[in-house]
Design a protein around this ligand. Structure first.
Ligand SMILES: NC(=O)c1ccc[n+]([C@@H]2O[C@H](COP(=O)([O-])OP(=O)(O)OC[C@H]3O[C@@H](n4cnc5c(N)ncnc54)[C@H](O)[C@@H]3O)[C@@H](O)[C@H]2O)c1
Ligand SMILES: [Zn+2]
Ligand SMILES: [Zn+2]
Length: 361
């Protein structure tokens, strides 16, 4: 049986998105059909609609989602109809060179659904990050469904499916922030604020938030920033050094994805410190740095894909912390919107009016 549902589609580069009829097949072997309850609007969705990720239009957008499994295909044993799940874009294969070396959070061959969702005329859709969840029902690989405590609110839980997990993991997993560390976070959107929350959870002593928007800096304090810097009028490198005894921060997390903010991160860390790039650059961007500085400052320059998370390990643990009141996922939800409001949510995101707009079904 084919399910006829409504979904948000980006048809062409830089064109506004539209709500279209989407045809979703029943799950085949290894697949699951999920009734989506909530899906957050991530900057990466906007990157897709701007053609910044690939040219495989039309895209079915949305990938930060939670919902209930409606049906599973043959051979699926880990999830069953009725399970409350967060969708992930890291269904690990267990067989690639990363998985075989015991590092499944780097899995190089993650699973997505084999069958395609299509427009009413049969045109195949490219689901954002192999998910596509601004749609009433979506088809994913069963491994993309991570079961969590059904008491969690779908709007909050879904955010762990991408940006919030990326930020938390950039601090905790990739950056290895530990108690007593000084941490600076450049860019305080949903991802950067999650990095701040992660740094607080990990016991950082000093957490410096940097943004060009005072509203964002105010929100960052709520997630745990101990100091804030508006870098539109102040040199953030000098300011971070001043707040860290003249040395720079142990871990600097770049959550914008631009060469100039990466350079700030590079120079704002202490000797032997760590830079984590979690912001996603576009293909036209390049970076030039004196090689001697790269060598002479030591330490580690890392990128963080999805916060180096392992969904089966991290999602249930973070939902537990949320349920215990130790991780305020609700604070990331700026507004709850309808499916036909995604384009206006992009505008609000662009103007910095929201951390996360979340589509509620
Ligand atoms: N690595 C991953 O796995 C992953 C996952 C999700 C999102 N991302 C990326 O993370 C980045 C942030 O995502 P988001 O959803 O938080 O976006 P966002 O638009 O909500 O936040 C970006 C923030 O950066 C600030 N900013 C812009 N220019 C700045 C500058 N020059 N200096 C300081 N701050 C500046 C903005 O004011 C805003 O607060 C994006 O590039 C997104 O694609 C990465
Ligand atoms: Zn693998
Ligand atoms: Zn995302």
């Amino acid at each position: 049986m084919t399910h006829e549902v409504r979904g948000v589609v980006a048809r062409a580069k830089n064109e506004p998105v539209s709500v279209e009829t989407v045809l979703v097949p029943d799950p085949g072997p290894g697949e699951a059909l999920v009734t989506v309850q909530a899906c957050g609007v991530c900057h990466t969705d906007l990157h897709y609609r701007q053609g910044g990720i690939s040219d495989d239009f039309p895209f079915l957008l949305g990938h930060e989602a939670a919902g209930v499994v409606e049906a599973v295909g043959d051979g699926v044993t880990d999830v069953a109809p009725g399970d409350f799940v967060i969708l992930n874009w890291r269904a690990v294969c267990g067989q690639c060179r990363a998985c075989l070396r015991g590092r499944p959070w780097y899995c190089f061959d993650t699973h997505n659904a084999t069958q395609k969702m299509t427009l009413a005329d049969g045109t195949e859709l490219s689901p954002a990050l192999g998910i596509g969840a601004f749609v009433e029902k979506t088809l994913v690989a069963a491994g993309q469904c991570t079961k969590v405590d059904p008491e969690a609110s779908p709007a909050a839980a879904g955010l762990l499916g991408c940006g919030v997990m990326a930020g938390l993991g950039a601090a905790i997993n990739t950056g290895g922030v530990t108690r007593g560390d000084s941490v600076a976070v450049i860019g305080c959107g949903g991802v950067g604020d999650a990095a701040i929350a992660g740094a607080r959870l990990a016991g950082a002593a000093r957490i410096i938030a940097v943004d060009v928007d005072d509203r964002k800096l105010e929100w960052a304090k709520g997630f745990g920033a101990t100091h804030t810097i508006n870098s539109s009028g102040t040199d953030p490198v000098a300011a971070i050094q001043e707040l860290t005894g003249g040395n720079g921060a142990d871990v600097v997390i770049e959550a914008v994805g631009r060469p100039e903010t990466y350079k700030q991160a590079f120079y704002a860390r202490d000797l032997a410190g760590t830079v984590v790039l979690v912001g996603v650059p576009t293909p036209d961007m390049t970076l030039e740095l004196p090689l001697l500085d790269v060598f002479g400052r030591g330490g580690a320059l890392k990128s963080s894909w999805y916060g180096d998370c392992l969904p089966s390990r991290d999602f249930p643990m973070l939902i537990d912390l949320y349920r215990q009141g130790r991780l305020d996922l609700d604070a990331f939800v700026s507004e709850r919107i309808a499916l036909d409001e995604v384009e206006s949510a992009f505008t609000k995101m662009h103007h910095g009016d929201v951390l996360r707009s979340v589509v509620i079904f």
